[in-house]
Design a protein around this ligand. Structure first.
Ligand code: SF4
Ligand code: SF4
Length: 222
């Protein structure tokens, strides 16, 4: 899932300074799961903004709404009337959601209430870790399902750098060396021979270095 975290209230308040009526728009998908932008967080941020604006001597009129997904026009449509009623939208969607809402309502100011961080998983209660940088050409199958691109600090594809100490990454000693994990995993599944293959340099032109990327599925186009 996409993992994000809430911006601080003073920062949000500053962005909203031109407006009196705000729609705080939550998203019911990834950012709900990572506790950043779902229905509960909409309620919390709306309350905090009401209180903060009063402390600053004015009063924000805030409407709350959460839609299923902010990155999908079918669901964005459900926010049309609420968007119309308000001066601006504070989106608690990921970066894609914020932009999708802004594109759908071109004359309405749309602000980001979250900092979108990465694609990751819930590791333990309250802890999310990055697992994928969406490089565009997945090599997980060659590495036992552990991504050297996202999880090795040096993105090494052909074995460890040699700097790890006691299974820890030399760049970030608080983390396990990704290559230690890859080795262990390939051993556990009886595929250590994969390490004999020399990985050719990865093609980064499918990554985001060439600008934003597009996927077209002709079988889904009308
Ligand atoms: S190889 Fe690329 S697409 Fe696959 S998990 Fe790693 S970063 Fe993500
Ligand atoms: S110690 Fe391991 S994870 Fe860290 S940079 Fe070297 S190979 Fe990558």
């Amino acid at each position: 899932m996409i993992v994000a975290q809430r911006k601080i209230i003073p920062e949000i308040l500053e962005k909203l300074k031109y407006h009196k009526k705000i729609l705080v728009l939550g998203c019911g998908t990834c950012v709900t799961v990572c506790l950043a932008g779902g229905e509960r967080e909409v309620c919390i941020i709306a309350s905090a903004l009401r209180m903060a604006s009063k402390l600053h001597g004015y009063s924000l009129d805030i409407e709350e709404l959460t839609i299923e997904r902010q990155c999908d026009n079918i669901f964005i449509e459900m926010a049309a009337e609420a968007t119309e009623r308000n001066d601006a939208v504070l989106s608690l969607g990921c970066g894609a959601g914020v932009q999708a809402v802004a594109e759908r309502y071109p004359y309405k100011p749309v602000y980001a209430g979250l900092d979108t961080a990465f694609i990751g998983i819930l590791e333990e209660r309250g802890v999310w870790t990055e697992k994928c940088i969406a490089c565009g050409e997945c090599v997980l199958s060659d590495y036992g399902g552990i991504c050297p691109v996202a999880r090795c600090a040096k993105r090494l594809l052909n074995g460890p750098c040699g700097g790890s100490k006691e299974d820890r990454c030399e760049v970030s000693p608080d983390r396990e060396c990704a290559w230690q994990l890859i080795y262990r995993r390939l051993k556990d599944i009886g595929q250590l021979d994969r390490l004999k293959n020399i990985a050719v340099p990865k093609s980064w032109n499918k990554s985001r270095d060439g600008g934003y990327r597009v996927i077209i599925r002709d079988d889904h186009r009308i």
